[in-house]
Design a protein around this ligand. Structure first.
Ligand SMILES: *Cc1c(COP(=O)(O)O)cnc(C)c1O
Length: 395
């Protein structure tokens, strides 16, 4: 099996499994308890917080543990909206290609009277800082823009966007779930006020994440109860997962350059290979993209069939986002960058990590080529195009 769907989730690595196992066995106490088992658990918790803070240029006090990327996005956005509403500022700027954890939270706020402005995305999948500048108003309370897109992998000019927000005293949140452990993050230099992280996107466990909140910005609770996380997120801490996340992030950050060099080389190889398939197009900017992301549209292909046939060839990939596959809904990301419906149907996302080999990359290129050709050959619509009865969209 070749696993090429790391943007959906990653396999836990040895470091995080060992950390998790160690905690389950030896640090099972409740960190809120005053006796020995509680205190050693609390120490591990504080240690994990410090490690994570160090990885992103923050301080321990600014790190809140959550159940993952979705919860972090929800809490960040709801908190900023609440702060805005107090000053009668109810305008929020975001983009059309955010993750649903952001988009659906914004929809909820819209129903509560907030004005949500979703920026158009340029065909290359990059938001221009000028777009933010032009959209900021007196009553803007939040700008939320993802660090890197989970489908097309494009990396946004976060530092510049953050600078504009800082100059205008507007809270800037970024969903960095795809970036953490894969790209350099420094919340101070990059002018980030709030940032979401999820452990299972960098070989850590599922169901755990981080919300970084710059010191001084008040949070709103999504979950009420005990006094954990400075009263801002109730519930006994999932210490095994938190410690495993800290170890996974530290490892990913320490090996970031080495891993990326390898991943980048193989990504370029796969992109070069797939570009040779006629009537295909790479989605997202070729340069400003996550090291492991490859996303193509193949004209005349149905994404689901492509995935099933690749599965037969022992390749795990994705079409659109994991949340939309299984239903016939088109990717909102591909529509946002202007792909026509017919083209958006035939998308393929491969997200590779450091565990794939050059042989695997060659096998992927060969297999995708074969499957695309096979599917086109059995399509009546494709015959119409070949015989000139219908136009091609892509050259
Ligand atoms: C995976 C992902 C999320 C959701 O994170 P969970 O931990 O699965 O809730 C949010 N945003 C982006 C960009 C993601 O890729």
């Amino acid at each position: 099996m070749i696993y090429a769907d790391n943007a959906a989730t990653t396999k836990m690595n040895k470091i995080s499994i060992d950390a998790m196992t160690d905690c389950i066995k030896n640090f099972w106490g409740n960190p809120s308890s005053l006796y020995y088992f509680g205190q050693i658990a609390k120490e591990k918790l504080n240690f994990s917080r410090k490690i994570i803070a160090n990885c992103i240029g923050a301080i321990s006090e600014e790190i809140y543990f959550t159940s993952g990327g979705s919860e972090s996005d929800n809490q960040a956005i709801i908190s900023a909206a609440k702060i805005g509403a107090k000053k009668n500022k109810k305008h929020i700027i975001s983009t059309k290609f955010e993750h649903h954890a952001v988009l659906h939270t914004l929809k909820k706020l819209e129903r509560e009277g907030f004005e949500i402005e979703l920026l158009d995305v340029h065909e290359n999948g990059i938001i221009f800082p000028e777009q933010i500048k032009n959209s900021i108003r007196e009553d803007t309370c939040l700008v939320t823009i993802m660090f890197a897109n989970n489908e097309i992998g494009t990396v946004q000019p976060i530092e510049e966007i953050g600078k504009i927000c800082r100059e205008n005293k507007i809270i800037f949140h970024t969903d960095a779930v795809q970036a953490a452990g894969h790209l350099k993050i420094d919340v101070k230099n990059q002018n980030i006020d709030m940032l979401s992280i999820s452990a299972h996107k960098f070989h850590g466990p599922k169901g755990t994440g981080v919300l970084y909140v710059r010191k001084g910005i008040p949070l709103t609770n999504l979950i009420e109860g005990g006094a954990q996380e400075k009263n801002k997120r109730a519930g006994t801490e999932n210490l095994p997962a938190i410690f495993a996340m800290a170890m996974a992030l530290k490892d990913a950050c320490e090996n970031l350059e080495k891993n990326n060099e390898k991943i980048y080389f193989l990504r370029e190889k796969i992109i070069d290979g797939l570009e040779k398939i006629p009537h295909s197009i790479l989605n997202g900017d070729r340069k400003n993209r996550l090291p492991g992301n490859i996303n193509f549209c193949f004209e005349g292909i149905e994404g689901e069939s492509l995935l099933l046939l690749l599965d037969d060839k022992k390749i795990c990939a994705s079409s659109g986002s994991a949340c939309t596959s299984g239903s016939l809904e088109l990717s909102h990301v591909l529509l946002a960058i202007g792909r026509p419906h017919e083209i958006a149907h035939g998308s393929l996302r491969l997200s590779i990590d450091e565990n794939i080999s050059e042989n695997d990359a060659e096998y992927i290129i060969k297999s995708v080529g074969e499957v695309v050709e096979y599917l086109r050959n059995i399509s009546p619509l494709w015959k119409d195009k070949i015989f000139g009865k219908k136009e091609f969209f892509l050259k």
